[in-house]
Design a protein around this ligand. Structure first.
Ligand SMILES: [Zn+2]
Length: 485
């Protein structure tokens, strides 16, 4: 998609669709006032008659209104000016794009206002790129069709470029998650990551099964054993900072398909399990954006890629595994495999010099029970670091909520035969006992775990986003990197 800045007389702008906004109290920002004048006051009359609402996210279409060259004007409710955040701007851009992408369109102009700050413009552009792409990768006729060109009124080059990079990164993550498990298995995903990283100049190292054995990744390898697809560990390295400076470590769970193993999932629970690599895909999207934005920060990204399957060689309940850091683990449930993969990957991240860590994983159904589908769980061993991550997620409008890490939860994963077991006693507090397990492998480094089991994959479409992969938390990770120093 071409993205261009535009200015001048809005009513003379020839375009398939012109997107403008209206505030919650019915007042029109400057550009919308120009459209109102050109149409002889039509907008104001429709607002007055309550045919057009300024409620955040509401949309109304004016087809071929007299006085403007645009074939249609889409009016989007923007809510209250005091509540206009980057998260809201993202959703406004995405709502407009999703509404208009239901038909092929050559050109769409975004003209919410002409005096938005860069961070709002970039969020709206990012949203527009994300909103017009759907999950129907294999439909003969796509339901959503990206436009050829996006014109952004009064935008700076920098804001448009940043918005494009963020939007493309989110869409990269979504596309990797939305593709089926027959296309995205560990070796294939590792190849895709290598290609993406090569294109943006990030060093990329891939460990195959033999290397993982040499590196004593016994916990990750046990999960991979039941599958005919061999595991991979991908290590991405971006050196935007100075040598010797602190290193941000991003770690993603990449279970390319999770059958549950011998603790097998029922059909309903298994259908969407191509999304169990969303943590890894999120790290990949964030690494791409961080590199393309040339952020002055050193980042390593690590993805543990396995398929959790069943065969005569599959790992069993009661097995005792030896993780890379030497800790022994009793397997009490083979569907609690993500933490077994992350255990070894976190250890490698620490060894490779990560000074502060974030891991992302579609880790537990318990987190969804606790917080619902739209909110991620945050768990941490370091309140300052957790606050930093939370501040970024708040700023970009990706919702997250912190869960406690009291020592009692850690007692629940003490093993009888080995050091620890891979699930707590009973199902209660399962999101937290999982985090307590991960904490055993971060060597005391400041670490924040983001359980994205809810928001990574939408069962139903939202007005601003098609169902399927959401790309949630790519923008949060990039924001953390932007505020690193
Ligand atoms: Zn599982």
């Amino acid at each position: 998609m071409r993205i261009e800045s535009q200015s001048g007389e809005i009513s003379k702008h020839k375009v398939d669709a012109l997107v403008i906004g209206v505030w919650a109290d019915g007042s029109l920002p400057g550009i919308a006032q120009e459209v109102n004048q050109a149409t002889g006051g039509a907008l104001a009359r429709l607002v007055e008659a309550k045919e057009i609402s300024g409620k955040c996210g509401d949309v109304a279409t004016l087809l071929a209104p007299a006085g403007v060259e645009a074939l249609q004007v889409l009016v989007v409710g923007m809510g209250k000016p005091s509540e206009l955040t980057r998260g809201v701007a993202f959703r406004l851009g995405a709502t407009a794009a999703k509404t208009l992408a239901t038909k092929p369109r050559e050109s769409v102009a975004l003209a919410f206002t002409s005096d938005w700050k860069d961070e709002l413009v970039e969020s709206a552009v990012c949203g527009a790129l994300v909103g017009c792409v759907g999950q129907d990768l294999y439909k003969s006729e796509r339901r959503l069709q990206p436009f050829q060109a996006l014109h952004v009124w009064g935008a700076s080059e920098g804001a448009m470029r940043t918005g494009r990079i963020l939007g493309e990164a989110v869409n990269l993550t979504r596309s990797l998650v939305n593709e089926p498990p027959c296309e995205i298995y560990p070796a294939a995903l590792a190849d895709r990551i290598q290609q993406a990283m090569q294109a943006c100049g990030v060093e990329c190292e891939v460990w195959d099964k033999a290397r993982l054995q040499d590196e004593r990744c016994g916990s990750l390898l046990a999960v991979a054993r039941g599958s005919s697809r061999e595991p991979r560990l991908v290590i991405m390295k971006y050196n935007g900072g100075l040598p010797g400076e602190a290193v941000l470590g991003l770690v993603g769970k990449g279970v390319t398909f999770d059958s549950g193993g011998l603790s097998i999932k029922p059909t309903e629970g298994m259908l969407a399990m191509k999304c169990d690599m969303a943590g890894a895909a999120t790290v990949v999207g964030a690494m791409e954006a961080i590199a393309r934005l040339k952020l002055p920060v050193n980042v390593i990204g690590l993805c543990g890629l396995v398929e959790n399957m069943i065969s005569g060689d599959a790992y069993k309940l009661g097995d005792v595994l030896k993780a890379r850091n030497g800790k022994t683990i009793e397997v009490h449930n083979t569907d609690a495999e993500g933490r077994l993969v992350l255990a070894d990957v976190l250890d490698v991240a620490v060894e490779r010099g990560a000074t502060r860590l974030i891991d992302l994983a579609t880790l537990t159904g318990a987190c969804v029970v606790a917080l619902g589908n739209d909110v991620a769980g945050l768990m941490s061993n370091d309140q300052t670091w957790c606050d930093t991550v939370k501040a970024s997620s708040d700023a970009v409008g990706e919702q997250a909520w912190q869960l406690p890490m009291f020592a009692e939860y850690g007692e629940q994963i003490r093993g009888d035969v080995a050091d620890i077991k891979n699930v707590g006693s009973g199902r209660w507090g399962g999101a937290i006992t999982a985090a307590k397990f991960l904490e055993e492998f971060v060597a005391g480094k400041p670490w924040t775990h983001i359980d994205i089991a809810g928001p990574a994959f939408l069962e139903r479409s939202k007005p601003y986003l098609d169902a399927g992969a959401s790309g949630a938390f790519v923008r949060t990770l990039v924001d953390v990197a932007r505020h690193w120093n």
